[in-house]
Design a protein. Sequence first.
Length: 239
Amino acid sequence: MRLSKRMAELGLCSRREADEYISRGLVSVNGVPAVLGQKVTERDRIEMNRVAERDQSRRVTILLHKPLGYVSGQAEDGYRPARVLIRPENCWSGDKSPLRFDLRQLQNLVPAGRLDVNSTGLLVLTQDGRVARRLVGEDSAVEKEYLVRVAGSLSERGLALLNHGLSLDGEELLPARVRWQNDDQLRFVLQQGKKRQIRRMCALVGLEVLALKRVRVGSVRLGALPPGQWRYLLPEETF
């Protein structure tokens, strides 16, 4: 397989990052400097030098409590991207990370997952391709948990369909975990993220979504992070 793909499989970096390091002469295979497009086997010894390792370790992941009125990615329909909230004055006072804000942390900082303009909660932005691949890669199985306030009547059959049995875009959805949180709020746990998936699922069983908030990605929780504020992912936290 291609060296960059193997490096991503090993969790060294993303494929894009691997190509960058290879082109800079920072990767070796069995002690020999690697070249772009090189093929390797599982038996080959792949190493990144200290420069590449240091560069990778400096890539940050930021957790933002996205408020209403911001889009996850590029600006659209007059709405600003949530990324503009990553400013020193918006860093949460409860952040326990030893990191300090640096403008270089905004370079190549991209959302790893979506929240639409009318949704709030935990949005992950990262410079680290390994994190992005884990959260939004084709083989990602990381759970996302949401609290969803709804209007309408939901039968037992409808609740069962929300858990498994619905299809979107001609594709059967993976099983979910959906239960009542209180009289007008459902708790969803999903392992996939089709565009506006929860809103569309609810519409199929006769519910209108009034509010949607993501409270967990993998083992990382939104917790007490206030709306519009952000913090760094801690070294001991993993998705």
